[in-house]
Ligand binder design. Structure first.
Ligand SMILES: [Zn+2]
Length: 235
């Protein structure tokens, strides 16, 4: 056994204090990035994301629920803001961007202006569209199509009884893309809690049915039942 000298022990103590301080500082600066329950979007730096959320909370009275009389999970405010990644604007000469904008118009129109949207260019939107060709599937609150030929998926985030900033992935083109925004409307409606139809037979024009075929007429509509559900919450 070796006894260190008094000086040596003092040095060791000092080194321990320095090492401990460094660990403390590193943890303080970097840990929130990994452990805070913020919504991680692939293309946003998580730290910026926290700032954006803080900004949104103060700007929009995020915690004031305008539709609190509903027991269903719902959005706390309207209009919902939306934005998209570069791929949506550039892939297929902007066909995805057009599809997204007409999907939003379609929902505003069919709900008689009860549900509204607003395109934003900065800050964290309520709905962010990602049109990258391939992305690894996110694992939180996953919802939507899981089949082999997945066209699009909705990733829903909730906070208590409210939907909060969510993501729609549009992976590939589809037979309706230049005719009617069937797929994008379908995915947006998932973010409002609408599900795939379960009653049989399924109405062939039900926009919430979970498949689309090459020769589809794309003449899909929101069922009266689903419209009533939405109007009941937000009307
Ligand atoms: Zn679906």
């Amino acid at each position: 056994m070796v006894y260190s000298s008094r000086k040596k022990r003092k040095e060791n103590f000092l080194i321990s204090v320095i090492v401990f301080s460094i660990i403390l500082l590193v943890t303080f600066f970097y840990a929130p990035k990994y452990f805070l329950p913020v919504i991680i979007l692939n293309q946003f730096d998580a730290k910026d994301n926290q700032n954006n959320i803080q900004k949104i909370i103060s700007e929009k009275n995020y915690w004031v629920d305008s539709f609190s009389s509903s027991d269903e999970i719902h959005w706390s405010h309207l209009p919902l803001t939306y934005d998209m990644d570069e791929a949506c604007k550039t892939r297929m000469n902007g066909a995805f961007e057009k599809d997204i904008n007409s999907a939003v118009e379609f929902i505003i129109n069919r709900t008689d202006g009860i549900i509204t949207f607003k395109k934003i260019n900065e800050g964290q939107p309520d709905i962010f569209f990602i049109c990258e060709n391939k992305l690894s599937a996110p694992s939180i609150d996953f919802y939507g199509h899981n089949s082999y030929d997945t066209i699009a998926e909705a990733e829903i985030h909730t906070n208590g009884n409210n939907y909060v900033s969510s993501v729609i992935y549009i992976y590939q083109s589809n037979p309706c893309i230049r005719k009617k925004p069937v797929i994008t409307v379908h995915e947006i409606l998932h973010l409002f809690g609408l599900n795939h139809p379960t009653e049989t037979p399924i109405w062939k024009y039900d926009i919430m049915k979970d498949y689309i075929s090459e020769d589809d007429s794309c003449d899909h509509e929101i069922t009266k039942k689903d419209l009533d559900y939405l109007k009941n919450i937000y009307g």
